[in-house]
Design a protein around this ligand. Structure first.
Ligand code: B12
Length: 211
């Protein structure tokens, strides 16, 4: 079995030790970090979602898979850098997963991509309220805010938080970019914000708007 295929399997099994070893093995055999992430690791998490939906797996197993995924990402992190995007930018970006939602992996990937192009990322974590976003934007005088929502129910709080930020008078324009598995371009348009379907596109969007 190809090591990349094995990574897929080991993440589903929640085997953190093997996932880390296999990621190291793939890197030393010349596999591209982004390819490992996109072709093996993210599909493994998607498969966890399918198993969860079909009741073939339960929350404790998904949490073990999450740990394996996070440990694998730590190994890949130094190689995920987007150095070909030579436009290093000195922006501060506030990022968080919205209130009611504890999913963090996608948000963390966005942070990694942003840091790789020189952005200062203030990661507020998960379950973040409108007030917490507003306080951070004010404190860091940030022009960019990125929000993640993975649950359909969290999109309700995303809509509310976006309105709170838009209604707040900062004294400068704030660009909001949203993402997450249930979030769509149509939803983003409806609530008047930018949308990016993955971490790389999110990072590229900041580079583009920053210009
Ligand atoms: C891991 C996981 C969990 C873990 C989360 C651990 C953690 N620390 O993150 C745990 C076990 C805690 C969990 C809990 C629950 N989960 Co869950 N979970 C998942 C799972 C399997 C994988 C998510 C993941 O990490 N994927 C890998 C990452 C890399 O992908 P990603 O997050 O989508 O991010 C990519 C893009 O979306 C994008 N992106 C994401 N955020 C952002 C933000 C910005 C700004 C940008 C630009 C881009 C971006 O970029 C990333 C790629 O580059 C998904 C299934 C799935 N297919 O997504 C279900 C899923 C999201 N969970 C689901 C559910 C229902 C739940 C629970 C309600 C289950 C329960 N009965 O309790 C709880 C909710 C808890 C809560 N209040 O939040 C559903 C949501 C369905 C829905 N329509 O709402 C899903 C889709 C599973 C399913 N098929 O049913 N879950």
């Amino acid at each position: 079995m190809l090591p990349t295929k094995k990574i897929f399997q080991k993440i589903i099994e929640g085997d953190e030790v093997c996932t880390v070893e296999l990621c190291r093995e793939c890197l030393s055999n010349g596999y591209d970090a982004m390819e490992i992430l996109e072709k093996s690791m993210i599909p493994a998490m998607d498969q966890c979602g399918v198993l969860l939906t079909n009741r073939k797996s339960f929350i404790p197993q998904v949490l073990m898979s999450t740990r394996a995924m996070q440990a694998g990402i730590e190994v890949l992190k130094p190689y995920l850098s987007q150095q070909e995007n030579k436009l290093m930018i000195s922006e501060t970006v506030i990022i968080g997963t919205v209130m009611g939602d504890v999913h963090t992996i996608g948000k963390n990937l966005v942070s990694i991509m942003l840091e790789s192009v020189g952005t200062t990322v203030i990661d507020l974590g998960a379950n973040i309220s409108g007030k917490e976003f507003i306080d951070a934007i004010t404190k860091y005088q940030a022009r960019f805010v990125m929000m993640s929502a993975m649950l359909t129910s969290a999109m309700v709080s995303m809509r509310k938080i976006v309105k709170e930020i838009k209604d707040h008078e900062f004294g400068w324009d704030v660009v909001i970019i949203i993402g997450g598995v249930m979030v769509t371009l149509a939803f983003a348009k409806e609530i008047g914000v930018e949308y990016a379907e993955n971490a790389i596109i999110g990072m590229e969007k900041i580079l583009k708007i920053h210009d």
